[in-house]
Structure formats: structure tokens, C-alpha cells
Design a protein around this ligand. Structure first.
Ligand code: NAI
Length: 397
């Protein structure tokens, strides 16, 4: 099959397996160049097949020598469907991780469900051993409520009044105006249920109930704060309410973990990067393009792998933690620098659509958006036939 990019409403409908392989390998090669550090030995990543979860897994496995378990919700190839990028990322992570001689195991399915908890707990008890770190890095559009039998959906909406912004349409590469509607109380509640902290807390308490947490155990999740240009759509909107809930869950768990394990529950406010989840958020494409442009010029731009490596080496297991008044680790301090924000806002508010589209930062953004789905990798010949079925049989048990 010849696989060409297929994009609708800023969502990729397909992925290129060999491109995903090359992209995962690039991230691994990058992590292998970093100085090694002593971090956690046994790690569970909930949402580790792409984006921040995968970058965390790679940094910890290749620069921190960790054993890793990953839970992700991905789709295998079938017929003419290529399967999702995360599905291929799991396969190729496993292939390359053999050289670490450590344990790396994937669970593909719903992390919100009780069956997944049971399967993972059984595996940890029988084969893996107690955990030193749990990373909660889910970005989900829906969560099935087993008590009510309802599928609850999250929404990306403003609160109080509509938000007006711009986005880049990645299918036809144009800048488009957009209006984000105002959420109802129900939509806010549902978004908090899907993207807030309750499922994270359920995981930690289930693992603690089965005595699967080591002394000094830590857990961490990723929040986003951002600046004034994304505030109405992100932090001040439905997603921001979910993030507040996630942050409150961390405070509650921190009390529990510190008294029972001398451990901690952490929140890291991480920088805006190009992932499946972030591109989907209106305004983010324009913001991230301008931000990348400024940060590259100022030599403060970091790759996603370097960002997570620095989080674990310096701030979670090292002595260089930067914390704000609410106890959140501010890994995003370079994004939030006053001059960086000032320049980014200036570009977003004064540049024409054509000027935004011609930025080096926009070129980086578009390329990364393709690369996370296995396209635009320099060493792949996209005109060649790809035998998906032959590649897919590598899926580990
Ligand atoms: P992503 O879309 O790349 O990754 C999401 C992960 O969640 C994937 O591994 C996916 O398989 C998994 N997942 C989704 N639903 C699932 C389910 N029901 N069961 C099991 N796994 C499921 O997203 P990204 O951007 O890496 O997001 C991860 C976290 O980082 C989110 O909490 C996000 O808010 C946060 N964050 C992201 C930033 C960004 O710029 N991308 C900035 C700051 C925080």
C-alpha cells in the first residue's frame, strides 16, 4: 500500500509505520546521547504511546535505565486502515528497547476501565515488582463510566462567553478565524470527569491497596498553564477546569503518599509541544508556531525528549526543581519568560495570516505534526509500497 497523509479537522486519519519507526528511533538516539542519571527503576506510564508519555518513557528507559510498563489506547491496522501512530510507536519502542536488556511491556486498551487495572496489577505482582514512579499522561476525548454505563465526552469550550481565535488548518495550510462556544455546566463537569484527576487517584489507590508502591514512591502528571493568548480557550476554559481538578488531586495524593511512603505526588507544568492532543486545541497551532519561532531564535527551544529528560534528571530526581506558589514544577519556565511571551503575543496579534504561514516556527510545527504520524521523515521513501500486514505481525504479545 502507498500511504499518503490523510488529515481532517487537524486530526490525522492514518500513520506511516516506517516513518513512526524512524521518528521513535530519532528520539531514542537523542536520549542515548544525554548523560545518564539515577532515577526510578520501575515505572508505569499511563498514556505512554505518544507525545509526552512516550518522551518520558524514552528518557527514563534510555538515559535512566528504567523498566517500563505502558498503557495506551491505540488501534491496530486492519484492511486498508494503517493503525494509529501510537500503535506503531509501541511496536518500534519494543524493538529498539531490547538493547537495554530491561523489562518493557505494553498494555493496549482502556486505562479508565477496571479490567485494565486488574490486568496491570496482576502483571506487576507476578512479573514486574513494586513501582517507583507512575506517570499519568492521558489525553482522552471520552471516558466510559462503568457505574452508569454512559460514555462521557470532554469538550474544548470557553467558560462564561465565547472565545475568538485563529487556528492553522493543517489539511489545506490556511489560517482560519474561529469562535469557540461557551460550555454548559454539564460540559464542564464532563470534561473534568474525563481529563481531571479522579482516574489518576483511582490508579494510585488501587496500586497502594495491592501493596505495589515502593518506599519513596512518586507519581506525576502534566498540566498546562500558558499565557494570555491561550487563556480564554485553554486555562480559562473547560480544559483548564480539568487541569485544576488534576492539580487538586495531586495535593490530596501528596498528603497520602508522603505520610505512607515518604513519597510525593507532583504536577509539572510542561511547555506547549506538537502532539496529537495539542494540535486539536484551537489557537494552539498559531501559538505554538509563533512560540517555536521565538524560542528557536532565542536558543531556548527544546525537543519533547530533551524537555522530559530535564524534568526527570533535574527536577523530579535532581536538585534543580523550580516550583511555583502552588507547588507545581515549572518546567515551562523558558516558555513563560517575559520576553518570550511578549514577542509571541506581538507576532500573534500583529502578523498577517500570510506572515504567520511563512514563519520558520510554522514550518517546524507543520513538519512535527506530520512526523508524529510518520510522515515528512527525511530517510523514508513514501513512494514505495508498504506491506502493513508483514510489519504488523511484529506486535508483541
Ligand atoms: P497524546 O495524544 O500524544 O498522548 C495521549 C496518550 O493517552 C496516548 O498514549 C494515548 O494512547 C493515551 N490514551 C488516551 N485515551 C486513553 C485511554 N482511554 N486508555 C489508555 N490510554 C489512553 O497527548 P499529549 O499531548 O502527550 O498529552 C499528555 C498529557 O500532557 C495530557 O494530560 C496533556 O494535557 C499534557 N500536556 C500536554 C501539552 C502539549 O503541549 N501537548 C502541554 C502540557 C501538558
Amino acid at each position: 500500500m502507498i500511504i499518503e497523509p490523510s488529515i481532517r479537522s487537524n486530526i490525522f486519519l492514518n500513520a506511516h509505520p516506517l516513518g513512526c519507526k524512524s521518528f521513535v528511533l530519532d528520539q531514542i538516539e537523542e536520549a542515548k546521547q544525554f548523560p545518564k542519571f539515577v532515577g526510578p527503576k520501575k515505572v508505569l506510564i499511563i498514556g505512554g504511546s505518544s507525545g509526552y508519555g512516550l518522551a518520558s518513557r524514552i528518557a527514563l528507559a534510555f538515559a535512566g535505565n528504567a523498566d517500563t510498563l505502558n498503557i495506551s489506547y491505540e488501534t491496530a491496522p486492519k484492511g486498508k486502515r494503517t493503525g494509529t501512530a501510537g500503535w506503531w510507536n509501541n511496536i518500534y519502542f519494543q524493538e529498539f528497547a531490547k538493547e537495554t536488556k530491561n523489562i518493557h511491556k505494553d498494555f493496549v486498551g482502556d486505562a479508565f476501565g477496571s479490567q485494565m487495572k486488574k490486568d496491570v496489577i496482576d502483571y506487576i505482582q507476578q512479573h514486574f515488582g513494586k513501582l517507583d514512579l507512575v506517570i499519568y499522561s492521558l489525553a482522552a476525548g471520552a471516558r466510559f463510566n462503568e457505574e452508569t454505563g454512559n460514555l462521557v465526552k470532554s469538550s474544548i469550550k470557553a467558560i462564561g462567553s465565547d472565545a475568538i481565535g485563529k487556528t492553522i488548518d493543517l489539511a489545506d495550510l490556511t489560517v482560519k478565524d474561529l469562535v469557540i462556544g461557551t460550555a454548559t455546566e454539564e460540559e464542564i463537569k464532563d470534561t473534568v470527569y474525563v481529563m481531571g484527576g479522579s482516574a489518576w487517584e483511582e490508579w494510585i489507590h488501587a496500586l497502594a491497596d495491592h501493596d505495589l508502591l515502593s518506599p519513596g514512591f512518586k507519581t506525576i502528571s502534566y498540566t498546562y498553564i500558558g499565557g494570555p493568548t491561550t487563556d480564554k480557550i485553554y486555562r480559562g476554559g473547560t480544559l483548564g477546569k480539568a487541569k485544576e481538578d488534576l492539580e487538586h488531586a495531586a495535593l490530596r495524593m501528596n498528603n497520602f503518599l508522603s505520610s505512607h511512603y515518604q513519597g510525593e505526588a507532583l504536577i509539572s507544568s510542561s511547555k506547549a509541544v506538537v502532539t496529537k492532543a495539542s494540535v486539536f486545541i484551537p489557537q494552539m497551532p498559531v501559538y505554538v508556531s509563533c512560540l517555536f519561532d521565538v524560542m528557536t531564535r532565542n536558543h531556548t527551544h527544546e525537543t519533547i525528549t530533551a524537555h522530559k529528560y530535564r524534568l526527570y534528571k533535574d527536577m523530579v530526581y535532581g536538585q534543580k526543581r523550580i516550583v511555583d506558589s502552588e507547588g507545581r514544577i515549572r518546567l515551562d519556565h523558558l516558555e513563560m519568560e517575559e520576553e518570550t511571551q511578549r514577542e509571541t503575543i506581538h507576532m500573534m496579534t500583529t502578523y498577517s495570516d500570510a506572515e504567520i504561514l511563512s514563519l520558520h516556527g510554522t514550518e517546524m510545527f507543520i513538519k512535527e505534526f506530520h512526523q508524529i504520524h510518520g510522515f515528512m521523515l527525511p530517510n523514508i521513501n513514501y513512494e514505495l509500497d508498504t506491506d502493513i500486514d508483514a510489519l504488523a505481525i511484529k506486535q508483541p504479545e
